[in-house]
Design a protein around this ligand. Sequence first.
Ligand code: AMP
Length: 210
Amino acid sequence: MKIILLGAPGAGKGTQAEIISQKLGIPTISTGNILRAAVKNGTPIGLEAKQFMDAGKLVPDEVIIGIIQERLAEDDCKEGFILDGVPRTIAQAEALERHGIRFDAVLSLEISDAVITARLTGRRTCHACGTPYHITAAPSKVEGVCDKCGGALEQRKDDLPETVKHRLGVYHSETEPLKDYYQGKGVLKSVPDLGGIEVTNAKIMELLGK
Ligand code: AMP
C-alpha cells in the first residue's frame, strides 16, 4: 500500500505513521526527520535546509523531490510506504505523479489550529536521548529534565509560538490545496479529531479497510 499522511504540523502524522507502519509492515518516510538528521550531520542539504526550517518555511521543492526520489528507490519501499509530511505542495505531488507513483489512500488528519498551537508550543524533547514530553499533557517529573537520562529538555526552534503561527499559515496556503487535488483523484479520506491516538488509529485502519 502507498499512503500519504496529510495534516497540519502537529496533527499527529508522525505518531500515526509509526503505528500504521508497524501494523502493515511498510516503512514510514518523513522528510522532516530526514532533514533534521541532515542538519545534525551538517551535510550540504542540511546546511541549505536549516535556515528554512528554523523560520518555519518550506524547504524548496527541488531539494525535497531529490530527497524523496532517493529514498523511494531503496529496497524496503518495494511493497509500499507511508509518506509523513510530504508532499507538502502541489509541485511535490505532481513530481511524485510524474515518477509514476499512485497512492491508495491520502489520509487527511483534521485538527483545529487552536489544538495544534497548544500541542506544538508545549512540546519538549530530551537533548540527549530524544524522549518526547509535553509541558501539560506529558510533563517530566522535574521541569526541564529528562526522566529517563537526566538530559536537558529543549524546544524545537520551529515550535516557538510565532513560528508555529507561521507554519500553520503555510499549511493552509501551500499544503491544504492538496486535499482538493487528491479528492479529484478519488483517494482522499478525512480523519476527524477523535481526541486520542488509539481511537484515531482505529478509524484510520477502518478507512484503509484493514
Ligand atoms: P515536519 O517535521 O514534517 O514538521 O518538518 C519540519 C520542517 O522541515 C518543515 O517546517 C519544513 O521546513 C521542512 N520540511 C519537511 N518536509 C517538507 C516538505 N515536504 N516540503 C518542504 N519542507 C519540508
